[in-house]
Write a protein that binds this ligand. Structure first.
Ligand code: PLP
Length: 450
């Protein structure tokens, strides 16, 4: 059999979110170090999307690699319905210590979608165990929560799921008043959004199993920010309506918004929180759904059917937990916290400059995540290939160009990436006739505390 990796890939491998008939061929990655991935032809790519938002401390980070290797030589897996082990217990305790209130109980799963799916199933059964048949979920316009059926149903307005429309179950969709939309003031738009949200609560009294939202920023919707004020209003209303509030922090968790978790930055305590992506620093697929104590208590009893009869083969895999512990320790260290601040400051300064370019609109910032709009999706697709040529891995979502770098990236490397972005976007600004008539976007948006 040939050992030509690209040929084997072309013949046998099916890549996610890719139209293989038209996409540029996959790059053959051979090693990673820091923010850089090197390919077999010796080229280097700066991973400005943290490999689908998972990598925190750099590729092949030696501290995490050592923790995983040591764990692999000790215990690689143990059926979690029978056993516990130190990495799972310690990681759960460490995460709960970081979370607000009595978010004290961790249910492990494998990825962001399953963390959300678990939360949805738990919410439904929680109410069943409490003697109430609550079937309604409330999601938010544009929200994305993953690719399993429950998560897709919740994210049905994200625009990703047309092929499976008939598989999805109905959910209520509330407005997400993102910070730049429309001509009204943000306060007026939030008030209108809350009126719609109230109407949903009113017409579903006693029926809502849970309200589920991406806090502070919707990722796959196009890095759309909302203000903490709106989240706090949603949380207050959820409480007043006597239903459960679930935060999907799959993307926002682990420092992305500047705080360890977005709920801390927003000043709210949900009833459940979904975590994945950065949980293992990008080493292994793993997720958790963390619940408040009263939810866990509702599943206890003599009757087995009260229990949460759900699980996955690799639940709480020890290698993933070991990676999670090592990654969390690095994240909480002074060095990483300083990098998070530094990345936000550089993004802010560079977005300020970008805001002057005709091809740039709606520059926005949330912690270590920076984004702006290009004139159209074609510009995004074209720039993606140009950036590839110049050694930057960026994946515009349609016309939204965003950076979400690993925290290990140093100032010089991040500025270098921004220099290339500024250079290429300047060229578009000059060349694209549709830009000539565009006015600059004015003051730009952040929900970061300034
Ligand atoms: N929730 C949010 C907010 C996400 O951004 C994503 C993925 O991008 C998911 C859930 C799904 O996570 P996964 O792709 O790991 O299943």
């Amino acid at each position: 059999m040939s050992d030509d990796i690209l040929a084997l890939d072309a013949k046998h491998v099916w890549h996610p979110f890719t139209q293989a008939a038209t996409a540029a061929p996959a790059l053959h990655a051979v090693r990673g170090q820091g923010a850089v991935i090197e390919t077999a032809d010796g080229k280097q790519y700066v991973d400005l999307v943290s490999s689908w938002w998972v990598n925190l401390h750099g590729h092949a980070n030696p501290v995490i690699a050592r923790a995983v290797a040591e764990q692999a030589g000790t215990l690689e897996q143990a059926i979690f319905a029978e056993f516990t082990h130190a990495p799972a217990a310690r990681l759960a305790a460490k995460i709960c210590a970081q979370l607000p209130g009595d978010l004290d109980r961790v249910f492990y799963s494998d990825d962001g979608s399953t963390a959300v799916e678990v939360a949805m199933k738990m919410a439904r059964q929680y109410w069943g165990n409490m003697g109430q048949d609550r079937r309604v979920y409330v999601g938010f316009d544009g929200g994305y929560h993953g690719d399993t059926v429950g998560a897709m149903s919740l994210g049905r307005t994200s625009g990703y799921f047309g092929a499976w429309e008939s598989m999805l179950f109905p959910v209520e969709i509330a407005p997400f008043p993102h910070t730049w939309d429309g001509d009204d003031t943000i306060e007026a738009r939030e008030a209108a959004a809350l009126a719609d949200f109230d109407a949903i609560l009113d017409r579903n009294q006693g029926q809502i199993a849970a309200i589920i939202i991406e806090p502070l920023i919707q990722g796959a919707a196009g890095m759309r920010l909302c203000r903490p004020e709106y989240l706090r209003a949603v949380a207050e209303r959820a409480k007043a309506a006597g239903t459960l509030l679930i935060l999907d922090e799959v993307m926002t968790g682990f420092g992305r918004t500047g705080a360890v978790f977005a709920c801390q930055k927003a000043g709210i305590t949900p009833d459940m929180i979904c975590l994945s992506k950065g949980l293992t620093g990008g080493f292994l697929p793993m997720a958790m759904t963390v619940t408040r104590d009263f939810i866990y208590q509702a599943f206890l009893g003599q009757d087995v059917s009260r229990a949460f009869l759900h699980g996955h083969s690799y639940t709480a895999n020890p290698l993933g937990c070991a990676a999670g512990l090592a990654s969390l320790e690095l994240l909480l260290g002074a060095e990483c916290q300083a990098r998070i601040q530094a990345i936000e400051a550089i993004h802010r300064a560079r977005l300020d400059r970008m805001a002057g370019l005709a091809a740039v609109s709606k520059p926005r910032l949330c912690g270590t995540m920076a984004a702006f709009d290009l004139p159209n999706g074609e510009a995004g697709a074209k720039l993606k290939l140009i950036f590839r040529e110049r050694g930057l891995l960026l994946r515009p979502m349609g016309n939204v160009l965003y950076l979400l770098p690993p925290y290990c990236m140093n100032d010089g490397a991040l500025h270098h990436a921004w220099d290339i972005i500024e250079d290429e976007v300047s060229k578009i600004s000059g060349a694209d006739p549709c830009c000539a008539s565009r006015k600059s976007s004015g003051p730009w948006m952040t929900n970061s505390v300034i």
